[in-house]
Design a protein around this ligand. Structure first.
Ligand code: XMP
Ligand code: MG
Length: 179
C-alpha cells in the first residue's frame, strides 16, 4: 500500500469485477449499434481503458477535458473547457465516461453542452458516485459504485495531479490533504 494511503475503499478485484459487469451491460444495451465513448480527461482515462476492453460492440473514442476543481478538493462551481471534442457527435450514440459524480455540476454542464450538438442518444457512465453531495439532479445510466462523502484518489483520480496510477480507490491520510 502507498505510504500516503489511509484506507483502501475499493480494491483491484472489486473494481475489475464491477467494470466487467458494466462492460457487459453496455454491450447488451447497444447490441447492433456503434457507440462513441467520450472520456472526460484526465480522471476517467484508466476506467475508460479497462471498461472498453469489456465491450464487444463497435466503439469509437473522443475526449474532453474540463476543469471544475483546482488542485484541491473543493469545487469552484465553474466549468471550463480545456479540450473540446475532435469531431461532431451529431447522430451518434454517445456515452459520457466520468470518473466521479460529486455535486453533479460538471456533468450537468457536459450533458447540456453535448445535447446541443444533436447526438442520436446520450448516456452517462461513471465509475463512482457520491450521491450525498449532489446539488443538481443528473441521471446516471451506468454507475460503478456509490461511495460515502470522502475525497478519494487512485484508478485515475488525483489529488494535486498525484496518485492517479494507484490501482485501487483510496482515501489519503489526513495530513496529506492538509498540506
Ligand atoms: P462535480 O462536483 O462537478 O465534480 O460533480 C466532478 C469532478 O470533481 C472531481 N472530484 C473528485 N476528484 N476525488 C477526486 O480525485 C474525489 O473524491 C472527487 N470528487 C470530485 C472530479 O474531477 C470529477 O470529475
Ligand atoms: Mg481532479
Amino acid at each position: 500500500m502507498h505510504p500516503h494511503v489511509e484506507k483502501i475503499l475499493l480494491d483491484e478485484a472489486q473494481i475489475k469485477e464491477r467494470v466487467l459487469q458494466l462492460g457487459q451491460q453496455i454491450s447488451q444495451d447497444y447490441k447492433g449499434e456503434s457507440i462513441l465513448m467520450v472520456g472526460i480527461l484526465k480522471g476517467a482515462m484508466i476506467f475508460l481503458a479497462d471498461l472498453v476492453r469489456n465491450i464487444d460492440v463497435t466503439t469509437y473514442f473522443d475526449f474532453m477535458a474540463v476543469s471544475s476543481y483546482g488542485a484541491g478538493t473543493v469545487s469552484s462551481g465553474a466549468v471550463r473547457i480545456l479540450k473540446d471534442l475532435d469531431k461532431s457527435i451529431e447522430g451518434r450514440h454517445v456515452i459520457i465516461v466520468e470518473d466521479i459524480v460529486d455535486t453533479g455540476l460538471t456533468l450537468q454542464y457536459l450533458v447540456e453542452n453535448m445535447k446541443s450538438r444533436g447526438p442520436a442518444s446520450l448516456k452517462i457512465c461513471t465509475l463512482l458516485d457520491k450521491p450525498s453531495r449532489r446539488k443538481v439532479d443528473v441521471q446516471i445510466d451506468y454507475n460503478g459504485f456509490s461511495i460515502p462523502d470522502e475525497f478519494v484518489v487512485g484508478y485515475g483520480l488525483d489529488y494535486g495531479e498525484k496518485y492517479r496510477n494507484l490501482p485501487y480507490i483510496a482515501v489519503l491520510k489526513p495530513e496529506i490533504y492538509q498540506v
